[in-house]
Design a protein around this ligand. Sequence first.
Ligand SMILES: Cc1cc2nc3c(=O)[nH]c(=O)nc-3n(C[C@H](O)[C@H](O)[C@H](O)COP(=O)(O)OP(=O)(O)OC[C@H]3O[C@@H](n4cnc5c(N)ncnc54)[C@H](O)[C@@H]3O)c2cc1C
Length: 506
Amino acid sequence: MPLTVWILGDQLLSPHPALQSLEKQVLRQEIILLLIESREQAQRLPYHAKKLVLLYSAMRHYADGLRAAGYRVDYRVASNITEAITSHWQEFRPNRLVTMAASSVRGRRFQQSLAQKLGIATHIIPNSQFLSGVYDPLPDVEPGQLVRQEQFYRGMRRQFKLLMDDQGRPVGGTWNYDQKNRQPLPKDLTPPEMIRFEPDALTKQVMVEVGQFDHLTGSAAGFDLAVTREGAQQAADDFYTHRLPYFGTYEDAMRQSAPVIFHSKLAAYLNIGLLTPLELVRAAEGCYYDGTAEINNVEGFIRQVIGWREYMYWQYQRLMPGLGAENYWGSANPLPTFFWSGETRMNCLRQVIQRVLDAGYVHHIERLMLLSNFCLLADIHPDQVYDWFSSAFIDAYEWVMAPNVYGMGLYADGGQIATKPYIASANYINKMSDYCLACSFDKNKRTGEHSCPFNFLYWHFLLKHQDKLRKNYRMARMLHNLKFLDDDEKAAVQAQAQRFVGAMDN
Ligand SMILES: Cc1cc2nc3c(=O)[nH]c(=O)nc-3n(C[C@H](O)[C@H](O)[C@H](O)COP(=O)(O)OP(=O)(O)OC[C@H]3O[C@@H](n4cnc5c(N)ncnc54)[C@H](O)[C@@H]3O)c2cc1C
């Protein structure tokens, strides 16, 4: 009797853990590998066309690789997963189904329901796609207990012995290099061009198919991402060579003409299993020991991957489903329609939104300090922000989007994930980017004609939420500056913010 291994589309690991677990027990000929493209899942939101091309093309290439390795593969394009599994069952009559736990809560619930709902004997192996799925650095944390990313990160560094000396101390004598990092980009430094991958025949076929879906964000045209593990490894090598040496120093910098700056653009591959977190951080660590990248840059990257990424996954597993219903500020405004067109006079948002609509990618600081900063200051309802981010990005999946939007981006969880709300006025945007140079708004004006909306929205937010903000000692300096506004200016800020929000779509 055959046995089915169902491989989820975001678990394209080589080797796949479910196959590894069966290696010694079952002959390869007895295994049927099931991969499913569910059209219902693709319909859930107006996802970015390039994300679907990446996912479907990577799945089809992965299936081809398994066939070439001698496996029987049943690749189904179906209206939904239940239908695909049912028809697979009727056709192959396997005696059981083995699968790796999904990264999302919804996916896990579905897997757990299979045995009862469809009468299918199901064995779900633990998810080992994440390091924190294998090792929990904080196993004794109580529900509701506050945990900080730094605590989690140090536990991960120690466990995986990354940049640690023989005495268990961080190499270089400190855990972080923030003082060297977060510099604006000097005018004479031009970030390198990104590596591009010419679509092969299979990818072109997927682009045509996805091009026929009529509900998506952006376009499949111009797709230039890797779709295999080998391609993704090439993209990672390109990052280590050309951008890691500057990664930390300029990780907060923004520039209108350089969408990626020195970021890796690897999340899209990591999140579907074409790359694994440990291989990336080990390779980055190797660059430090080889002398090709300095410690502040390497530590900065390792922190993003085993600190922030793993921490977000860990918090997601801990805080869902409640996290997806949080609204600490009571925000209720609708997302302005310019998020779907890029048509706004604010140059920073216009550039960044147009880039998202085109490529499904902007780097972290633009996501945090432009897009979600604006949504937080303008009191946009968190669910609407969540849906937009989930739709528009090529690397968006529920486990990463929920903690980043409700937690880090909007602080809608009241501080369970981030230590403070990430809010800033035009002053920060101007310091870290060149967007204000080409903007018709005045970055220096708080109120009045041509004043930058980030300014009056920022002061309005501080005034409106000062009681809640006072509970957070990290906000003390920002609140202190309120004393420089007299009553007239406070009233003007509030009136202008309310007018602006009321007219956002006019
Ligand atoms: C509002 C908001 C929405 C976001 N949405 C997503 C998303 O849909 N998918 C996604 O993978 N990340 C998301 N992030 C986190 C982060 O912005 C992206 O991982 C990163 O920008 C991806 O680009 P990169 O690969 O060039 O990252 P780099 O800057 O090169 O960082 C290296 C890696 O670190 C990891 N990483 C860094 N920060 C985070 C973080 N906060 N959470 C998770 N992983 C992190 C990513 O895997 C990334 O590839 C979001 C952040 C915010 C504030």
